[in-house]
Design a protein around this ligand. Structure first.
Ligand code: ZN
Length: 258
């Protein structure tokens, strides 16, 4: 694995050039694409923590290449764990399954761009002016142990001049969740993305989840539940709005299918 970062930094890259092109062109064939992308992000001061979306640095065609590289790395992990991936039929192909699962499923929200959330005008005479509360099921993963985080996010919003389709709240929440996260962080990220998509400053997000890292290891607490709340605008400043939000959540919890 030899990537000559300094030499690379001296070359002027064309915008359209994929990292693979740049590597092949400039003699980086021995390097990994993941290293080249990591280099670009560092060069630009782009944060690439487990909960950050890095889709701006990936081309759609890069994913397959990255999965191949991660497969190779997972093979090494299995070898170091002394698991026989050659004759154990259940461990053959596990490295590739893991690589695909990370990129296409449990960390998909890091690599894919935001879901398209077309907004509709809500400015007619009989427009909706009340509160909207959407219950979104989310699956995430803690960045500390890569264990599953399973729960629901309640997203509250005061209708503004534009509205997005109801399913889009859940799509956005799932896109935010399919990364390595901390629950405290996740509620913040969901609130920020909902505000961005709707132009509303009045948003509340309440997340309730169970954590694999508390259930499957460590304290082995099978019924522990963690709740986090992020309140913005009227949800924070107006006690009436805040109360209505939590009353709505209570109603949803009493009646929603489990
Ligand atoms: Zn954890």
């Amino acid at each position: 694995m030899v990537v000559k970062f300094n030499e690379w930094a001296d070359k002027k890259e064309k915008k359209s050039e994929t990292a693979v092109d740049a590597m092949a062109d400039k003699g980086y064939e021995e390097g990994y694409l993941a290293d080249a992308i990591r280099f670009r992000m560092k060069r630009d001061g782009k944060r690439f923590w487990a909960g950050d979306n890095i889709s701006d640095y990936l081309h759609e065609s890069d994913k397959e290449h990255l999965i191949n590289e991660a497969t190779e790395a997972f093979e090494k992990v299995l070898d170091r764990l002394l698991i026989d991936r050659e004759t154990d039929p259940n461990s053959q192909g596990t490295a590739r399954r893991l690589a695909k699962m990370y990129f296409n499923e449990i960390m998909k929200g890091r690599y894919d761009p935001a879901p398209d959330c077309t907004a509709f005008p809500n400015d007619s005479e009989d427009c909706y002016t009340g509160m909207l509360v959407v219950r979104s099921e989310i699956r995430s993963m803690c960045s500390h142990h890569h264990q599953p985080v399973t729960g629901v996010a309640y997203i509250g919003i005061l209708a503004a001049e534009k509205l997005i389709g109801l399913s889009k709240y859940t799509r956005l929440a799932q896109w935010c969740a399919r990364r390595g996260t901390l629950q405290e962080e996740l509620a913040n990220v969901i609130a920020r993305e909902i505000m961005k998509a709707t132009d509303s400053e009045d948003v509340g997000v309440y997340v309730q989840a169970t954590h694999g890292c508390c259930e499957n290891r460590g304290i082995m607490a099978h019924s522990s539940l963690t709740q986090t709340t992020v309140l913005k605008g009227a949800f924070k400043d107006d006690p009436g709005t805040k109360k209505e939000f939590f009353d709505n959540i209570k109603l949803q919890q009493d009646f929603a299918p489990r």
